[in-house]
Design a protein around this ligand. Structure first.
Ligand code: SF4
Ligand code: SF4
Length: 476
């Protein structure tokens, strides 16, 4: 694609990087075929190619973002399916990240939108605040249930809306977004797990590696059992796990909202924390159990490429960052029980498109005796995408239902995935349809199959312990 940036514009490293990306696009449009929003909305401007044109025009002309550009960029899930499809290697992720930051800098959103985004940015990355917010969501859930009780349905919702909803809020879709937020909240917040109080988790077999594990933000509140299972599993395999003091949100949540200053501050904090560990007792890897976070941490090197103080450290952190299934695929995993379960494997977009990890999780599960099935239309997002399911509830809901329908066709005993956002989104879809099929993180199944305890979610679904394993189970 030909570009017409001035030399003065190209002096800005962000513009220079985007110009390079724009020049790789050859307008072929292959990417439109695998873009979820184009699939649903059929509008070229809601396709990757259309968005690339909008971004080019906005950046090239040095214009503030227009409401039209904002609408179409906001509808993008950052699922990166287009990057997997693109034959020219267009780095859409860096381009849309730049566009989102440009929107934040040049466009004034409606008040309700600004407030909601600020609240999300101030709450979600901070586990203690998020925990308190979830308590409020319980109240909201109860009110929603009362409002949807059949005799009142419609009448009560209408009078409530008339009574409390200022017109401006309705126009901005605030109530749909609040409803989405409330519906996504779990009906019970799990208790904190004991492992969180302990910084160092020594290997219980001869030590073969030392890793830092990202405890993160939302996942540590919504499902602390995931990292509990990870630590237990790794320790059994001879891996020492450290939860470095001071580590916090990786910055992905605010990064996807274009809030660069906040995301860079959060990332810089983690780089400092992990650098202390690397230069202290040393790390063989930095492990991540939420693929959305993994994609961002692997991009720290790019984020800080022009920062003389952090560039090298950020690149080193990115090089050490691994999804837990990447790390596990190099270890010798032996089944301890025959589970006999059919697993629908949902590959999170950040796993398959963001990090290009497609086979490792399935290979591990198959090696442990699970019958693993791929979800039809597996390249299409479930609609979670960070806070997308709150900010764009209508599109997210359609993608969720499509995903749940595709999973149901496999008739699985259990669903496995590697991202808390997908677990929450698909879990909500399953609950809405009255499906009893549990959704777990891949590592929880691996922990159980190799000798860990039966996960609570499997117990609740009536799945029992399984028989002791035969020595080696054949892959499907
Ligand atoms: S990131 Fe996903 S939603 Fe956005 S343009 Fe690419 S394929 Fe479409
Ligand atoms: S597939 Fe790649 S090169 Fe073709 S239009 Fe899409 S982004 Fe551009």
């Amino acid at each position: 694609m030909q570009t017409n940036f001035s030399l003065a514009q190209l002096a800005d490293p962000r513009v220079a990087a985007s110009e390079k990306i724009l020049r790789t696009c050859v307008h072929c449009g292959f990417c439109t075929a695998t873009c979820p929003t184009y699939l649903l909305l059929g509008d070229e401007l809601d396709s990757p190619r259309g968005r690339i044109y909008l971004i080019k025009d906005m950046l090239e002309n040095g214009k503030p973002a227009t409401p039209e550009v904002v609408t179409h960029i906001d509808r993008c899930l950052s699922c990166l399916s287009c990057m997997t499809t693109c034959p020219s290697g267009v780095h859409y992720m860096h381009l849309v990240d730049h566009a989102r930051a440009h929107i934040e800098e040049t466009h004034r959103r409606p008040l309700t939108d600004r407030v909601l985004r600020r609240v999300l940015a101030m709450v979600l990355p901070y586990p203690n605040r998020f925990r308190v917010a979830l308590a409020g969501a319980f109240l909201g859930k109860t009110l929603l249930k009362v409002a949807s009780w059949t005799p009142w349905k419609g009448r009560m919702a209408t009078s409530l809306t008339r009574a409390v909803a200022p017109r401006v809020a309705q126009r901005a879709g605030l109530f749909e977004r609040l409803r989405a937020m409330i519906e996504l909240a779990p009906s019970r917040v799990p208790n904190r797990e004991a492992y969180e109080a302990q910084r160092l988790h020594p290997a219980t077999a001869p030590r073969r590696a030392r890793v830092a594990l990202l405890n993160g933000c939302a996942q540590s509140v919504l499902d602390p059992g995931i990292n509990g299972a990870t630590i237990r599993l790794l320790n059994r395999l001879g891996v020492e796990v450290v939860l470095p003091k001071g580590e916090a949100c990786c910055g992905a949540l605010v990064h996807h909202m274009g809030r660069d200053a906040e995301s860079h501050a959060q990332a810089a904090n983690n780089i400092a924390v992990w650098t202390r560990e690397i230069e202290g007792e040393g790390l063989d890897a930095i492990l991540i159990t939420a693929s959305g976070c993994g994609t961002t941490i692997k991009d720290y090197g790019f984020m800080f490429r022009d920062d003389p103080a952090l560039a090298e450290k950020a690149a080193r952190v990115s090089a050490l960052a691994k999804d837990v299934t990447e790390f596990l695929s190099d270890l010798d995993l032996q089944p301890a029980r025959e589970t006999g379960l059919t697993v629908a494997y949902h590959s999170a977009c950040s796993m398959q498109h963001g990090q290009k990890i497609t086979e490792a999780p399935k290979r591990i599960l198959r090696g442990l005796g699970f019958r693993v099935k791929d979800v039809p239309e597996g390249h299409i997002c479930c609609g979670s995408a960070g806070v997308y399911n709150i900010l764009q509830p209508e599109i997210a809901g359609r993608l969720r239902d499509r995903k749940v329908g595709n999973i149901a066709r496999l008739k699985p005993d259990v669903i496995a995935t590697g991202n808390i956002g997908c677990i929450t989104q698909i879990g909500e879809g399953l609950a809405a349809q009255g499906s009893p099929v549990p959704i777990l993180h891949t590592v929880e199944l691996v922990d159980w199959a190799t000798g860990g305890p039966l996960p609570e979610k499997l117990q609740a679904a009536g799945i029992t312990e399984g028989r002791p394993a035969a020595p080696v189970l054949a892959a499907e």
